[in-house]
Design a protein around this ligand. Structure first.
Ligand code: SIN
Length: 485
């Protein structure tokens, strides 16, 4: 399959290690598939343990110089990278839609969102401050901040660009180096990004990209190699727990952005039009494949029927199709297996009494397409209430009181994003403080940006990405005591 790119040299099929484009040592490759058509876009190098060791050693070497470079100079490199991404927005969007499936308008948006982290951390990286602590006559106590060291990053397929820049920008800004394993479904966006990093002047070795089909081998080396001081991961809670266990042996720092089970709580006093609009975008962005997608709608009894009616009517207007077709409002899910798993969750709910208002099956567009689905008559006892759906399925639960809504929202091991629609100021505070989530959107579901601390509590992870807090994840705090003064 050929992609219509203005700059075809952005489409890479090799790994990028220590500033060079290389094949896998043993010559292995894997195919990257367009989920909308099933076509092979490209065969890409599939690296293993040895290449990972080389990338880590190169990162360590490159970092020794990079951490001494003035923050202002590091910032200028990131600014150039940012600008190059903007200059190639359309090509990056086409590559992303081809390998990931999301509609072009969403890909264009993600490219800008991804670039925003480079701009933000280019600026924030210049503002890393230490501290002078209260002193005594003969001693001074000082705190300095230093880069954490070589960082290994493992990123997901649902945001093939922004989940990378959200990690690499703060890491490079403060003087760390990074080795990255992108998701096997979407390595092409990562390789295009590193091509632009090279053009921007990111030094050899500082940022290597390791596409692979053998995640356990590459991930195993990343989590066991003593040179790696930190592992940052975005993905499922199950894999996150495994990586944390693997990191324990060498006591690495970790940042984990894991699964979610986001509630959207809609009270009787909410502006229903705004609630429906927010609910639609939160649920169906990226065909329901984001960690902060609405997973459960909790709607108060007084507006339940009206909400279901308006929400379902809007869902019926969606245009499912190939993301490269500008008319498509929603694309496929990432794999046929994903579509099958989503359907199994819907069937299980239906077997337990759920009603399908719309959708509820694999689309006749093809085995990767799942129809945008709305379910009612769902209960807290159903699997659907507890599990992350990660697909375009909206179960709408009913509640009566504020206390009940808070208890329902908290009845999960997850705690990433949550949303509340109400016009009662007291309730806004009671609910925002009462629900156990890292992020709360009040009368708003589009809460992500480079300036906010993105992250979760409970089994949704640890650490924060983006914002001024996002630098902390890549910095060590060192205390220096000057005595005998
Ligand atoms: C995610 O799904 O993990 C990222 C979503 C976002 O950054 O908005």
């Amino acid at each position: 399959m050929t992609l219509n790119l203005k700059d075809p040299s952005l489409l890479k099929n090799k790994a990028y290690i220590d500033g060079a484009w290389v094949d896998a040592d043993q010559g292995q490759t894997f195919s990257v598939i367009n989920p909308a058509t099933g076509d092979v876009i490209s065969d890409v190098a599939s690296v293993g343990v040895h290449e990972t060791k080389r990338a880590i050693a190169a990162a360590d070497k490159a970092m020794q110089t990079w951490k001494q470079v003035p923050a202002k100079t590091r910032s200028e490199v990131l600014e150039r990278w940012y600008q190059l991404i903007l200059d190639h927005q359309e090509d990056l969007a086409v590559i992303m839609t081809a390998e990931q499936g999301k509609p072009l308008f969403e890909s264009r948006g993600e490219v800008l969102y991804g670039a925003s982290f480079l701009k933000w951390f280019a600026e924030e990286g210049k503002r890393v401050y230490g501290d002078v602590l209260p002193s005594t006559a003969d001693r001074r106590s000082i705190v300095i901040k230093q880069p954490v060291g070589v960082v290994a990053a493992i990123t997901p397929w649902n945001f093939p660009n922004a989940m990378i820049t959200r990690k690499v920008a703060p890491a490079l800004a403060v003087g760390c180096a990074m080795v990255l394993k992108p998701a096997a479904e979407t390595p092409l966006s990562a390789l295009a990004l590193v091509e632009l990093a090279e053009r921007a002047g990111v030094p050899a070795g500082l940022f290597s990209v390791l596409p692979t089909l053998d995640a356990p081998a590459v991930g195993g080396e990343m989590t066991s190699n003593p040179v790696v001081k930190k592992v940052t991961f975005t993905g499922s809670t199950g894999v996150g727990k495994l990586l944390m266990k693997q990191c324990a042996d060498t006591v690495k720092r970790t940042s984990m952005e894991l699964g979610g089970n986001a509630p959207v709580i809609i009270f009787d006093d909410a502006d229903l039009e705004k609630a429906v609009a927010g609910a639609l975008v939160s649920k169906y962005r990226n065909s329901g494949q984001t960690c902060i997608c609405a997973n459960r709608f909790l709607v108060q009894a007084g507006v339940y029927d009206a909400f279901v009616e308006r929400f379902s009517a809007a869902v019926n207007q969606f245009q499912l199709g190939n993301g490269l077709d500008e008319a498509s409002t929603h694309g496929p899910v990432i794999t046929e297996k994903a579509a099958t798993e989503i359907h199994a969750k819907v069937l299980a709910a239906v077997a337990e009494g759920a009603h399908v208002v719309t959708g509820g099956k694999v689309s006749n567009q093809g085995s990767h397409f799942y129809e945008p689905t709305v379910l009612t008559h769902v209960t807290q006892a159903m699997r659907l209430f507890k599990e992350e759906i990660f697909g375009p399925v909206a179960p709408i639960f009913k509640f009566d009181t504020e206390e009940e809504a808070i208890a329902m929202a908290n009845d999960t091991e997850f705690g990433l994003a949550s949303y509340v629609y109400t016009n009662d100021l007291g309730r806004i505070w009671r609910v925002s403080e009462g629900i156990e989530y890292g992020m709360v959107g009040v009368n708003e579901t589009m809460i992500s940006s480079e300036i906010i601390p993105f992250g979760g509590v409970k089994e949704s992870g640890q650490g924060r990405e983006g914002s001024k807090y996002g630098l902390d994840d890549y910095l060590e705090t060192k205390y220096i005591c000057m005595g005998g003064l």
